[in-house]
Design a binder for this molecule. Structure first.
Ligand code: C2E
Ligand code: MG
Ligand code: MG
Length: 244
């Protein structure tokens, strides 16, 4: 896929629920397969993760995002983009150097990029993960814990890690209008994050009702099909242009 140029960068908007913060999006990988069509990441990332090839995929995504940020910066558009990292990335001792080299090549600031890491990726080898997260934070990257609530991260760890953001897993967000337990988890997670000084993003926002509910709970940002599906780059830029 890499050699044949079959990877595609998709972007899904993240919107601010409280006043302030500008445009943001999450980079999501797709594979445009000649016979199978558009293959979602869950059908190839787990395998790339097993073989270690996911590192090349991450660098490909990161470079595309750097190009986008360099172009947006040239047009004076303040954009923040989130990039997903996997366990293998986090355990690569050269990760921060590799990312730093790409930033330098395109003259992009680390502050424009948020790196999303799942709880399970951190808990695979918490000490090494913590050391790498500290280096990435020092470099200026914003760090986020993805799919929060589905893993086994201890609160003691969470307090120590240099993260600025929690993303509440979509399973809780999607259930919050129908299952009281999910609504309680969402509300408690928002409070927990705020008490720890972290910003909160809800993913999987599929309806206007849920969006308003999240706003009333003081959630900071939202992402989901109700706002927009992940879009190819040009469609994303068109979507973004319509927002202002
Ligand atoms: P994730 O990082 O938690 O990304 C959010 C997933 O939720 C995306 O699935 C997105 O399309 C989906 N989503 C967003 N809004 C909604 C909604 O309202 N309802 C529902 N049902 N789903 C929604 P996607 O793009 O299929 O990606 C799945 C996972 O694959 C990602 O979960 C991430 O863990 C992984 N992934 C995607 N791109 C990359 C990448 O470049 N590198 C790595 N390491 N992992 C990636
Ligand atoms: Mg993510
Ligand atoms: Mg997620």
């Amino acid at each position: 896929a890499v050699e044949h140029g079959e990877l595609r960068l998709y972007l899904q908007p993240k919107v601010a629920l409280q006043a302030g913060v500008g445009a943001a999006a999450e980079a999501l990988l797709r594979w445009q397969h000649p016979q199978r069509g558009l293959v979602p990441p869950m059908e190839f990332i787990p395998f790339a993760e097993q073989t270690g090839f996911v590192r090349q995929l991450t660098l490909w995504v990161f470079e595309q995002v750097a190009v986008l940020l360099a172009q947006s910066g040239a047009r004076d558009i303040a954009l923040r983009v989130s990039v997903n990292l996997s366990t293998r990335d986090l355990l690569d001792p050269d990760l921060s150097l590799r990312l730093g080299a790409i930033l330098e090549r395109y003259a992009v600031r680390a502050e424009s990029i948020c790196l999303e890491i799942t709880e399970s990726a951190i808990m695979d080898d918490p000490q090494r993960a913590e050391a790498m997260l500290n280096r990435l934070a020092q470099q200026g990257f914003r760090l986020s814990i993805d799919d929060f609530g589905t893993g086994y991260s201890s609160l003691a760890y969470l307090r120590r890690l240099p993260v600025q953001e929690l993303k509440i897993d979509k399973s809780f967000v999607m259930g919050m209008q129908t299952a009281e337990g999910d609504a309680l988890i969402v509300r408690s997670t928002i409070d927990l994050a705020h008490n720890l000084g972290l910003s909160v993003v809800a993913e999987g926002v599929e309806s206007a009702d849920i969006l308003e509910h999240l706003r009333s709970l003081q959630c900071d940002e939202a992402q989901g099909y109700h706002i927009s599906r992940p879009l190819p780059l040009d469609d994303y830029l068109a979507w973004q242009a319509r927002q202002v």
